[in-house]
Design a protein around this ligand. Structure first.
Ligand code: AMP
Ligand code: GLY
Length: 425
């Protein structure tokens, strides 16, 4: 393997397959191991049967196998302190410590930090007492946004149009503890209006790189109808009216940099990718939330647009020199369509054979999520979101046409996907 690196990637979704696919293009890579991975990551490296949440297992494996660099995909291991444990073991890692990841794992912490540092965001108050939260509703009225403080797998936000809806969320989370301790405290937040953009910056503890931006689709059905999901598709870049060089500079200055500085001053510098969920309001961009990692499904449309070496960018960032990180973006657009199991995000069956995977165009990308290799070498479904089919094009319309053409060639029993990802963008 020479000087080339043995890299361990933690996670098993389509985001991680996209990261693995991009890392595998690096001349610096020697060996890629993914824990636990899926049938897609198994094509670009080897899978390791350790769950992402099993932080002791991951650290033990990294030590035993002499892993040179660990890249953490999802939020749960970050919030559980995986990065701290790897650093304590003297290992190199891309991702924030548990304290820095609080920017995602506690919405009250994030809101307090934003408000204290003048970051544009919706006004909010937070409560750990149910009665007090109800009294606040008396004054605030509806509409109002109710947010569970802790990690709730993307389900801890209710945009309540009526007081009744807000009360229902408060009762379910604070009293009935639908999300366990994640609902111990809640935020009641002003409802903002405008289009949403997800932005990603590489952060070395002090500085923020130029940003990459994408838009995602959270609801299950066409026209933003139906239940909330983990994400049904995305496209990048957002339309010029929403996102341009000026907006990038403004978001870095007003939203990203103040947060990065505040975390550093608090003694918990953020290293990794910082993700801001923005709403572009009439008064300019405002932060809805921060995440301590790349987004899913945004990564599946952002990384195909990265022309430079992701592994080198991550190594530079992790060693404290984000300015040296090569980050060159393709001017083409990318659209990603998520194919999900029938019934998702509710109950669904798995184990169906996936057909047509080798009939996609050479330049289309099929990022696996809930898939696994069956004993006979075929690939079968194993989760709610099964694949993201992504394609590049000169503009969103062209990329969209290609993504859908390729998605149509893939099939499994009960497959469902939105038909409007990137439409009219
Ligand atoms: P979050 O997990 O904070 O990004 O919230 C999930 C979704 O809820 C966002 O993508 C928005 O669509 C919506 N949301 C969150 N906060 C607000 C807000 N203050 N006003 C309106 N919608 C919001
Ligand atoms: N795209 C939403 C998320 O990754 O949290």
């Amino acid at each position: 393997m020479g000087d080339r690196l043995r890299v361990l990637l933690v996670g098993g979704g389509a985001r991680e397959h996209a990261i693995a696919w991009k890392l595998a293009q690096s001349p610096l890579l020697g060996e890629l191991l993914t824990a636990p991975g899926n049938a897609g990551t198994a094509q670009v490296g080897a899978n390791v049967p350790i769950e992402a949440e099993d932080v002791e297992g991951v650290v033990g494996f990294a030590r035993a196998r002499g892993v040179d660099f660990t890249v953490v995909g999802p939020e749960a291991p970050l919030a559980a302190g995986l990065v701290d444990m790897l650093l304590d073991a003297g290992l190199r890692v891309f991702g924030p410590t548990q304290a820095a990841a609080r920017i995602e794992s506690s919405k009250a912490f994030a809101k307090e930090l934003m408000l204290a540092n003048g970051v544009p965001t919706g006004a909010a108050a937070w409560f750990s007492d149910y009665g007090e939260a109800l009294r606040h509703l008396d004054d605030a009225g509806a509409p109002v946004v109710v947010k569970a403080d802790g990690l709730a797998a993307g389900k801890g936000v209710r945009v309540a149009r009526t007081r009744r809806e807000a009360e229902d969320a408060l009762r379910a989370w604070m009293v009935e503890r639908e999300f366990g301790d994640a609902g111990e405290a809640v935020l009641l937040e002003e409802r903002l209006e405008g289009p949403e953009v997800s932005v990603f910056g590489f952060v070395d503890g002090r500085r923020v790189s130029q940003l990459a931006a994408a838009c995602d689709y959270k609801l299950a059905g066409d026209g933003d109808t139906g239940p909330n999901t983990g994400g049904m598709g995305s496209y990048s870049p957002p339309a010029p009216g929403l996102w341009d060089a000026e907006m990038d500079a403004r978001v870095r200055r007003e939203i990203m940099e103040p947060v990065v500085s505040a975390l550093a001053e608090a003694g918990s510098p953020f290293v990794g990718v910082l993700y801001a969920g923005l709403m572009i309001t009439r008064d300019g961009p405002k932060a809805l939330e921060f995440n301590a990692r790349l987004g899913d499904p945004e990564t599946q449309v952002v990384l195909p647009r990265l022309r430079s070496d992701l592994l080198e960018a991550m190594l530079c960032t992790a060693s404290g020199d984000v300015d040296a990180a090569p980050l060159e973006w393709d001017s083409r657009a990318c659209v990603g369509v998520v194919m999900a199991s029938g019934g998702y995000p509710g109950r669904y069956a798995t184990g169906y054979a996936i057909g047509g995977l080798d009939s996609v165009d050479a330049d289309a990308m099929v990022f696996h999520a809930g898939t696994r290799e069956a004993g006979d070498g075929s690939v079968v479904t194993s989760g709610g979101r099964v694949l993201t089919v992504a394609a590049l094009g000169s503009a969103v319309a062209e990329a969209r046409g290609r993504a859908y053409e390729n998605a149509a060639r893939i099939g499994f029993t009960g497959a469902q996907y939105r038909s409007d990802i990137g439409r009219d963008k």
